[in-house]
Design a protein around this ligand. Sequence first.
Ligand code: K1U
Ligand code: ZN
Length: 184
Amino acid sequence: MSVLDIYVLGAPILRQETTPVTAVTDELRRLIDDMFETMYAAKGIGLAAPQVGRPERLSVVDVADSPFVIINPEIVLAEGKQKGEEGCLSIPEIYGDVERAQRVVVRALDREGVPFETDATDLVARCLQHEIDHLHGRLFIDYLSVVKRRAALAKWEKVRQGDRSHVRSVAARETAGRRPHGEL
Ligand code: K1U
Ligand code: ZN
């Protein structure tokens, strides 16, 4: 498995609509495994394909040692409201409060291409909404007020220190205990 580069704010792929997956192949499963590896190395709880430069409609999630992939996900129910802080592996060091649905039911395909539904609340629901947004070219900063978004973008420019590159490298780290499927 490999740790992939993560595309950062300014990379056009982060603003593009993804392409639905038509077949779950071994090549796609290798991408999924690499995405988990990358998410763990970056200490994230989710990661969407566009964040690693790929146009496929899929994301990986692992909020509390329950890893799963969502392929072609759709939110079929959203209810209630929660407000909480979000970050994004594509906009490191920038955080903001975002209002999201408190509960979502998401329908998707799993890594074998089998349809399933997941019913999530709290942080898992927040993460699912954040990851599904990525698949439609939306970022959490889009939900901030004009003033807060401006402040976030100013901080981002400071963090970047003039770096114009569209990717960042994440060092591989010891991921034992946080690998999907109990792999060594
Ligand atoms: O998609 C991403 O950029 C990953 C992102 C997902 C996310 C974080 C917080 C709220 C909703 C969705 C991250 O994992 S950023 C890392 C982070 O902020 C975090 C890590 C562990 C627990 C909580 C937040
Ligand atoms: Zn993100």
